[in-house]
Design a protein around this ligand. Structure first.
Ligand code: NAD
Length: 350
């Protein structure tokens, strides 16, 4: 075994069914007496308001995708006006992103309750958008102190959002396997995460509220989120980041379209990662199999279905080529353009 560096992330995680009932006790454990609840929609915030009880001093249900700085400023005004001493976020990556942005400015403790498979809850990473440009930063300040995974809260996530969000999660584990700072601990999480997601996502078509399937999907997402937190992501994430920031494409759906193509691009130089993925999936070509999960569940497989214009293929190619970064296969403008064109059209990678 080669020498390696493993960076663990200090967070407290509760995982199970009905675990959201522990929210008041966990708020108290953080030492908070005046928390602001943040969410993307009022109904989600209201779901936990009564559980948090008298420690809730307000609700802000205006979180949106890609964490625009204007929304953060409005939420921060609520934090200061209410004298909040902590944040409780319930929802997908958008609600958690807002919570992290508040923590970046205030260093307030966060308790987050994810309801999608995006994985932001486990990372010290914050992505923010300002005037069409998305930037990311790493800071220990934004890592949530406590995470409550409650499987029951994921039953309501619609099929296409569940599967695209699950492929978004899988992308964290896939890219961790060939990261420049990969290590054996993360490889183990990645393989287990991919296997759990690969088994569970196709079964959601039959029953969105099958507890065993939802447990496995959320567990796989958690393991994959640990991979995202501890390694550096490659081409796939940079492409999605550019598509999300510049064209405001939806996060999970963009990941679901791009992953098979980014994986096919890197396949020739990632033998070890490919064999781990094949083992986790029980054989076959990983890129094609991920594409099939999306297609069979009715998830869009082309960027054009997400609203991207054909003329943007060149815009995105130039943006990706403008900022070089480590990737198993060096970036070549012509091949990157073909990758984006294939992802735009929605062809199955071969
Ligand atoms: P999201 O949070 O915007 O949620 C998508 C939609 O699903 C929303 O309409 C939301 O209200 C709804 N929803 C969420 N949970 C639901 C449930 N259980 N039932 C029914 N509806 C539900 O989308 P997302 O994909 O979870 O998160 C995307 C955001 O997260 C992006 O801004 C992305 O940059 C960020 N993100 C950050 C990191 C990180 O480490 N910094 C990691 C992953 C994602």
């Amino acid at each position: 075994m080669k020498d390696f560096l493993y960076q663990g992330m200090p967070s407290r995680v509760r995982f199970g069914r009905g675990t959201v009932s522990e929210v008041a006790a966990e708020v108290e454990r953080l030492g908070c007496k005046r928390v602001l609840i943040v969410a993307s929609v009022p109904e989600q915030a209201e779901q936990i308001r009564s559980l948090v009880g008298s420690a809730c001093v307000g609700v802000f249900a205006g979180a949106v995708m890609h964490t625009p700085v204007e929304v953060t400023e409005t939420a921060l005004a609520h934090v200061h006006r209410l004298g909040a001493d902590g944040v409780v976020a319930l929802g997908g990556g958008s609600a958690i992103g807002l919570s992290k942005a508040i923590a970046l400015h205030t260093d307030l403790p966060q308790l987050v309750i994810p309801t999608t498979y995006a994985g932001s809850e486990m990372t010290p990473i914050l992505g923010q958008s300002e005037r069409g440009v998305k930037t990311t930063q790493r800071s220990a300040k934004v890592l949530p102190e406590t995470v409550i995974y409650d499987v029951d809260l994921t039953f309501s996530l619609p099929l296409t959002m569940s599967v695209s969000s699950g492929i978004n999660a899988m992308a964290h584990a896939v890219e961790a396997l060939y990261a420049s700072d990969a290590n054996p601990i993360i490889d183990t999480f990645a393989e287990l995460g991919i296997a759990a997601l690969f088994r569970s996502l196709p079964k959601l078509r039959d029953d969105l509220a099958d507890p065993e399937v939802r447990v496995e999907a959320l567990y796989g997402s958690w393991l994959s989120a640990i991979c995202l937190a501890s390694t550096s992501m490659g081409l796939h994430h940079k492409l999605c980041h550019t598509l999300g920031g510049a064209l405001n494409l939806p996060h999970a759906e963009t990941h679901a379209v791009v992953l098979p193509h980014a994986l096919a691009y890197n396949a020739s130089k990632i033998d070890k990662a490919m064999s781990v993925m094949k083992r986790a999936m029980g054989g076959g070509d990983p890129a094609g199999r991920i594409y099939d999960i999306a297609k069979n569940s009715g998830v869009p497989v082309g960027l054009r279905e997400l609203g991207m214009k054909e003329t943007d293929i060149d815009v995105v190619t130039s943006a990706v080529m403008a900022k070089p970064y480590p990737n198993p296969v060096p970036l070549d403008a012509q091949i990157i353009r073909r990758l984006i064109a294939n992802a735009w059209g929605g062809t199955r990678p071969d």
